[in-house]
Design a protein. Sequence first.
Length: 70
Amino acid sequence: MDLSPEDQLAGANGKLVLFLASLLQRANVVSVAEFGELLDVFALSVGETDPAEGRILAQWAAATRAGDGS
């Protein structure tokens, strides 16, 4: 199934979020799991005023949790 350019962009951004979370964990700043939890909270907050952005952030949080491997 071909993804729309918007879906491709959201997917690429989600991978970038996971990459940055991994770098932060490697530098002992925050674990990937905690980063995903914080991103979930942020998604809820943003979603109160912009539901579409909140959904995107929530998807990135889910991708972070899925890529955590713990």
